[in-house]
Ligand binder design. Structure first.
Ligand code: ATR
Length: 284
């Protein structure tokens, strides 16, 4: 890929620690190039103790936007001038944009998931009922995104019930949406899935060979759509079981692409072509 960088080129990037394995530069730079935008996206390896200094210097360096990944998403919250309602609700920032000398913090993960539903399954989250498996940061992002998008109901189910309770309580505070929690009781989960239109796995089960399924495959009923936020491997055992039953399903690549696309739009004003971004990270 040839990019001409000049004194006029606007700089954005991603801060993480470590940062070597990020796919975001490929994804964003391909979209800048496809649209002919004079931007460049650069990875920054920033250890936690340097985060405050780095964010404080963005303005002086003329950097117009940043993504934040592990381990910075929580700490960045304290370093921005303004937070979006979603960043506040999720309790984490994955994107900032510099606007008139101020830093605006947002979280595009939940909206990215909602956009991927639209793009891949042609589904509007509004009015639908969801079961979200998991209780970590990813579950929180997805649950809040669904709430903000007008989901009818969100049931959060996690091995550690207290974490699911916290997510459901926080969602109930910010959005009118039927929210419930189920713990480890198999019967509760069975009933919740039976009534749901969409099941979303946000647990890490499926990332590694030999992982157990996050849910018993018998619970995958006709008409259920199944999403996994894992994208590597592209087909988790859960998604394979969904396909075998003829159910609509999608992996986490769409969420990765669209959380990036929404950040891209914040910085440039243009929603980038998702297919270009997707191709950039799936083809060598
Ligand atoms: P992230 O921030 O990406 O969501 P995380 O906080 O590590 O990552 O969350 C991983 C999720 O996978 C958690 O919901 C975890 O359940 P606990 O909250 O009970 O730890 C879930 N998870 C991981 N291994 C699991 C397993 N063997 N069985 C059930 N859930 C599991």
């Amino acid at each position: 890929m040839h990019m001409l960088i000049t004194g006029k080129t606007k700089v954005v990037g991603v801060a993480g620690w470590p940062i070597k394995h990020t796919l975001s530069p490929q994804m964003h730079n391909a979209a800048f190039q496809a649209l002919g935008l004079d931007f460049v996206y650069v990875p920054f390896g920033i250890p936690p103790e340097s985060l405050g200094g780095a964010v404080g210097a963005l303005g002086d360096l003329g950097i117009v936007g940043m993504n934040f990944t592990i381990p910075h998403k929580l700490a960045v919250m304290e370093l921005v001038d303004e937070l979006s309602p979603e960043a506040e609700a999720i309790g984490a920032v994955n994107t900032i944009a510099a606007r008139e000398g101020k830093l605006f913090g947002d979280n595009t993960d939940g909206r990215g998931f909602v956009m991927s539903l639209k793009e891949e399954l042609d589904m509007d989250a509004a009015g639908k009922s969801f079961v979200v498996l998991g209780g970590g940061g990813a579950a929180r992002g997805v649950a809040m995104g669904l709430g903000f998008a007008g989901a009818k109901s969100v049931v959060v189910a996690n091995r550690t019930e207290s974490k699911a309770v916290k997510i459901a309580d926080d969602l109930a505070k910010v959005r009118e949406c039927h929210v419930a929690v189920i713990g480890n009781d198999g019967e509760g989960l069975r009933r919740a899935v039976e009534e749901a239109e969409v099941l979303v796995n946000t647990t890490s089960l499926g990332l590694h060979d030999g992982d157990p399924m996050p849910i018993a495959p018998e619970l995958l009923h006709e008409g259920l759509s199944v999403c996994d936020i894992v994208y590597n491997p592209p087909v988790t055992p859960l998604l394979k079981a969904a396909s075998e039953r003829g159910l609509a399903n999608a992996n986490g690549l769409g969420m990765l692409v669209h959380q990036g696309a929404i950040a891209f739009e914040l910085w440039t004003g243009v929603y980038p072509p998702a297919d270009v971004m997707r191709k950039a990270i799936t083809e060598d």
